[in-house]
Design a protein around this ligand. Structure first.
Ligand code: CUA
Length: 329
């Protein structure tokens, strides 16, 4: 029976896909460890079930008159030593394998693609500092390590692509950057989801992950650089899109959480929510972006607009966004 169950486990692990697709170098030691533990647990579970079943049947009460006292057993030092030493040995061995697997998932490749992953309620943003690109889709070249550095703008989120197996929390706070190394092994489309309950839209906090060949990755990079272009307003439109500005500010006059950008620049009597009126010039826009809780923009409820855009956007990017707003007159 033990043999049958172990064979069945083997079959399950090798034939039926009980784990998601394996699509990264780091997933390999993790899956090996998972399979080993699964088989060990199945083996010992079966063993116990066999002994229990045997005892239940063989030592059952057969007839009413079988009422003599059972043998009095005080204990067995030998047995106790055996069933203590064996599990301790197994636990130490598994810890050893676990530390090897952990070291393998953290192996540093100096050729890695650097990606800064920014999590926020409720979106992911991916910055490629080596190229000066920001994207809402995570593009990764296949068979090349990606060095992800994770931060959060607000609460704790968690970066999780099941096919890559490895998972890491993204923490808010300047010195709390966390890193994760992933070497995709399979070209294809995956999804990063948030694995830490982070608010109402937690369940929908997912972004596409696209693994492509090195050549396609380079094409994508040059396309992105081209799209960024030399025109500040075009760049500004892109920053506004990839930094979440447009989820609250419309550019066509329709109402949103924040004021529409359509026709905003140049207004001499822009009415704030508290009834006060301001002139919307470059200075006003800059203050509104860099320090949305400043006196001059106080008309809006505090902390609706994330206050850390200055940390997020470079001065260049803020200038570009202002140039973009100027074109929407
Ligand atoms: Cu972010 Cu859950």
């Amino acid at each position: 029976m033990v043999v049958v169950l172990t064979l069945a486990t083997n079959y399950l692990l090798n034939t039926i896909q009980i784990l998601p697709l394996q699509a990264s170098v780091q997933a390999q030691p993790i899956d090996r460890l998972f399979s080993l533990q699964f088989m060990l647990i199945a083996f010992f579970f079966s063993l116990i079930v066999v002994f229990m079943g045997y005892s239940l049947i063989v030592f059952r009460q057969r007839a009413k008159d079988e009422s003599e006292e059972g043998a009095y057993i005080k204990g067995s030092t030998g047995l106790e030593v055996v069933w203590t030493i064996i599990p301790i040995g197994i636990v130490i061995y598994l810890s050893y394998l676990g530390s090897l697997a952990l070291a393998e998932t953290r192996r540093v490749d100096p050729q890695a693609v650097e990606v800064k992953v920014v999590a926020g309620q409720w979106f992911w943003r991916f910055e490629y500092p080596q190229y000066g690109i920001t994207s809402d889709t995570l593009y990764l070249p296949v068979n090349r390590q990606a060095h992800l550095r994770l931060t959060s703008l607000d609460v704790i989120h968690s970066f999780w692509v099941p096919e890559f197996r490895v998972k890491q929390d993204a923490l808010p706070g300047e010195n709390l950057e966390r890193e994760l190394r992933v070497t995709p092994t399979m070209v294809g489309q995956f999804k990063v989801r948030c694995a830490e309950l982070c608010g109402t839209s937690h369940a929908y906090m997912e972004s596409p992950v696209v693994v492509v060949s090195q050549a396609d990755f380079e094409t994508w990079i040059s396309e992105q650089l081209q799209a960024i272009g030399a025109d500040p307003a075009t760049r500004g439109a892109k920053w506004a899109q990839t930094n979440g500005c447009l989820s609250c500010h419309s550019v066509d006059g329709s109402p949103g959480v924040g004021p529409t950008w359509k026709g905003l620049y140049g207004l001499t009597d822009h009415e704030l929510a508290d009834g006060s009126r301001v002139v919307v010039d470059e200075e006003y826009l800059r203050t509104a972006i860099v320090n949305p809780n400043a006196q001059v923009v106080k008309g809006y409820p505090a902390n609706v607009m994330p206050a850390n855009y200055q940390a997020l956007l470079s001065d260049q990017q803020i200038n570009d966004i202002i140039e973009y707003i100027k074109t929407l007159r």
